[in-house]
Design a protein around this ligand. Structure first.
Ligand code: SF4
Length: 268
């Protein structure tokens, strides 16, 4: 008994860990954050979605492609075959939907291969986890790819498998890209860092370099959010609030509908 008490006393509360996904979930809905990261009930409500499976398959295939040496050692057929070997039918509503996605994946990976070799750039990391202890919390994020350019600068690349277009302004406003840049600026101090979103479906990219002021502003915002998020615990009483652009697509809709008494939509 005395031993158990000592173990309990010596157990420190774990430091809050924040990632772009956690921050975005909290900003979208505090209750969804609590359900997912505090109550940890997500697995009971998660419904497989084709866009998740499609994106995850492409990410894994590209990770493997770069680990095997990229376009220098891998042909476009190799890349497509790697993707095919990882293909999963989870979340697709029909065989037709799955076949269309498979054809799209083959086409966009072919394009990716063609465009891949950028003069003077080499891929340093894929699926790289960046992590920095910020004092009150730990900030982390998993980056799809980091390239090093001939001038020593680093380019953080994030693949988007569902998007057709991307603008510089969108990259600048993207919370995840800001977090990755903030982390990279700490971990690779002194290097110039740029951030790129790569829309795989159209092979379109947009790249920005965040200013020091932008990163300082982002860090201040994350510190404020972290202090707020740290207050959420199992006892937090958060009422469901209807958000028309989020709730209809949320995995917890059934639960919130029940607890808030929201009416089921008419099927007529
Ligand atoms: S259904 Fe709406 S209120 Fe409920 S967790 Fe999801 S986003 Fe939040």
């Amino acid at each position: 008994m005395a031993k158990l008490t000592r173990i309990k006393e010596s157990r420190k509360p774990r430091k809050l860990t924040l990632s772009p996904t956690k921050l975005n979930t909290y900003l979208s809905c505090r209750l969804a954050y609590k359900y997912t990261y505090i109550d940890r009930i997500g697995r009971f409500f998660y419904k497989p979605k084709s866009f998740h499976t499609f994106g995850a398959t492409l990410h894994r295939a590209l990770d493997e492609f770069h680990k095997q040496g990229g376009a220098h050692t891998q042909s476009a057929d190799d890349l497509v075959n790697t993707m095919r070997s990882m293909w999963s039918d989870v979340g697709y509503g029909s065989k037709l939907e799955e076949t269309e996605h498979l054809a799209a994946a083959e086409q966009l990976l072919g394009q990716y291969h063609q465009e891949h070799i950028i003069e003077g750039a080499k891929t340093l990391f894929t699926e790289k986890q960046l992590r920095v202890d910020m004092g009150e919390f730990v900030l982390m994020g998993r980056v799809d790819r980091i390239d090093e350019h001939a001038d020593g600068s680093l380019e953080i690349i994030d693949y988007k498998s569902g998007r057709l277009h991307v603008t510089e302004e969108e990259v600048r406003q993207d919370l995840a890209m800001g977090v990755y840049t903030l982390l990279a600026s700490r971990l690779f101090a002194g290097r110039r860092i740029t951030a790129t979103i790569y829309a795989l479906r159209s092979n379109q990219k947009a790249t920005v370099e965040h200013t020091t002021d932008e990163l300082a502003e982002l860090e201040a915002m994350i510190r404020l959010l972290a202090a707020e998020i740290a207050q959420v615990d199992r006892d937090s009483d958060i009422e469901p609030t209807w958000k028309p652009d989020i709730c209809p697509y949320c995995d917890y809709l059934r639960l919130c509908r029940k607890s808030a008494g929201w009416e089921e939509p008419s099927t007529e």
